[in-house]
Ligand binder design. Sequence first.
Ligand SMILES: Cc1cc2nc3c(=O)[nH]c(=O)nc-3n(C[C@H](O)[C@H](O)[C@H](O)COP(=O)(O)O)c2cc1C
Length: 208
Amino acid sequence: MPEVLDALSSRRARRAFSPSPIPAGVQETLWQAVALAPSHGNSQPWRLLVAESESVRQSLFHALSPGNQSWAGHAPLLVAVAAIPANDTVQREPDGTQRELWAFHAGIATGNLLAQATALGLIAHPMAGFDSAAVRAVFAAPPDLQILAVVAIGYPGDPDSLPDDLRRREDAPQGRLPLDILAARDRWSPAHATSMKEYRDRAAGPRA
Ligand SMILES: Cc1cc2nc3c(=O)[nH]c(=O)nc-3n(C[C@H](O)[C@H](O)[C@H](O)COP(=O)(O)O)c2cc1C
């Protein structure tokens, strides 16, 4: 049985990129994976802002936080994931309140992008560290476009090209919450609310 898990487990948010460009056909495959994401009412509120020209890539790079600028400049492809809330369907609760789904929908679409990139041998590293207004300005996008992530995409490069602190993070363990915290089977318990920080502190044990 083909396992998607095998492909997912090889995905990491790596930072060492090769300068090799990503062929147009490969980029097209990535965007198609995004297009195939499901959404309530098939609303598809997500949009991609692709930095195609070098000048736009540079401008998008400058909208990133300083920490992200320390490595993302080597990625040959930068793309912002955005959403138009007004284009989405809103789910109504029985009490009349509304549940917004646009960020959830864009998140699924981003998951497709990351999985397809990994399957193509690419690194796709999502970032929340950026200035939304600056990203909108780069693409002359309207204020109602919500910028949710910028993704740095490229083929893997030499990890030794990274500064020491980032080099160490390339191979650091992934550190995920165990399934008995993640999945509440039949009944919620306080253990399911354990945060990653609490879990990590507990695993480290009491400090001497
Ligand atoms: C929405 C989102 C925002 C993120 N923002 C940043 C970021 O601004 N800078 C960064 O270096 N990594 C960022 N990451 C990467 C995470 O730090 C990384 O996914 C996490 O540490 C788990 O590591 P792994 O993806 O290698 O398993 C982000 C990831 C996601 C999903």
